[in-house]
Design a protein around this ligand. Structure first.
Ligand code: ADP
Ligand code: MG
Length: 302
């Protein structure tokens, strides 16, 4: 008797499932949607409610024009059924707009920022101001750099000096983003903060950070000369980093409000005294690694 009751109740459950499935299929579009799925009806009928959700998201996607217009529960994803033996698994699959966006943003994985604003990853050569002539030789240099880099000719980086807010950081970041799009790893380092950070990581990941900066294929040391000079930062950090990069022909860029002469004076004077020879040695390495250019333009900062 127990078994008969069980069988009857199973049949009633089956019947209820079938009814709600048939009800849902009275919507012509839903019916067409489920018919197209490579799943048998006997499996489909167990998932009517989830299939209706998936159908709704599928319909939203059909009409959708961009990620910003997404009407689905999770932006950029479509709730989608997939048969797995005798059951259906539902998962969120990236929509076409999301896939395009992911491809367009993939280059950002090649960019490592140290204390730089995240928006710097959006800087692009296409958007560089050309309303005055001061950027033209720099852009020309960039084009040569890109060609030579791709031809594995180890082009020199730039020491870009110039007035505050003229767009030095933006320009070099735009080039490095372009290189990241060509699948080269780049690091953009706000140098004064990086030094402070490095100093406080003696007990932790000092070596990791130091080695990363030393070895990254393309490096920007942003705002060099704005840091508080010490013998340590000059002789134990900057010196060895530049030495390694010089020996290994790794492209290195600098931006600074100081000219190389001014940087030399700044590097010579630390709290421990004046050491012109050590400062000179650093400047020689920078000269080996870079071509110097100047950007004098109006201050773009608000
Ligand atoms: P610098 O490094 O010379 O002090 P920045 O590169 O920081 O100057 O530029 C100053 C401001 O102007 C920043 O907010 C930067 O994002 C903006 N900026 C500079 N060049 C451009 C550009 N071509 N397009 C958009 N914004 C720019
Ligand atoms: Mg800057």
């Amino acid at each position: 008797m127990k078994n008969i009751n069980k069988i009857i109740s199973q049949d009633i459950d089956q019947l209820n499932l079938l009814h709600s499935y048939q009800d849902a299929c009275s919507n012509e579009k839903f019916r067409k949607y489920v018919e197209k799925l490579p799943i048998e009806e006997e499996v489909l009928i167990k998932y009517t409610s989830s299939l209706e959700d998936a159908y709704q998201e599928y319909e939203n996607c059909k009409k959708c024009k961009s990620l910003a217009c997404c009407k689905n529960k999770i932006e950029g994803y479509c709730y989608t059924p997939k048969k797995d033996k005798k059951i259906i698994n539902f998962s969120y699959i990236a929509c076409k707009w999301n896939q395009i966006a992911m491809q367009e943003n993939a280059y950002k994985e090649n960019l490592e920022l140290f204390d730089m604003p995240i928006e710097i990853k959006e800087a692009s050569l296409k958007n560089v101001y050309t309303d005055d002539k001061s950027r033209i030789p720099i852009i020309k240099y960039f084009k040569e750099f890109i060609n030579k880099y791709q031809a594995k000719e180890n082009p020199k980086g730039l020491y870009l000096t110039g007035s505050f807010g003229s767009g030095k950081t933006y320009l070099i970041a735009a080039l490095l983003n372009e290189m990241a799009k060509k699948n080269t790893q780049c690091a953009l380092v706000y140098y004064p903060e990086f030094l402070r950070n490095l100093k406080s990581s003696f007990q932790t990941d000092y070596k990791e950070k130091f080695d990363f900066i030393k070895k990254t294929p393309i490096l920007l040391l942003d705002d060099i000369g704005a840091e508080n000079e010490s013998n340590w930062s000059r002789d134990e950090v900057l010196g060895p980093i530049l030495q390694y990069r010089m020996q290994n022909h790794l492209a290195t860029f600098f931006t600074s409000n100081l000219t190389l002469e001014e940087l030399e004076t700044s590097l010579a004077t630390t709290a421990s005294g004046v050491d012109k020879v050590k400062a000179r040695r650093i400047i020689e390495r920078i000269k080996q690694l870079t071509t110097t250019m100047e950007l004098i333009a109006k201050n773009r900062r608000n």
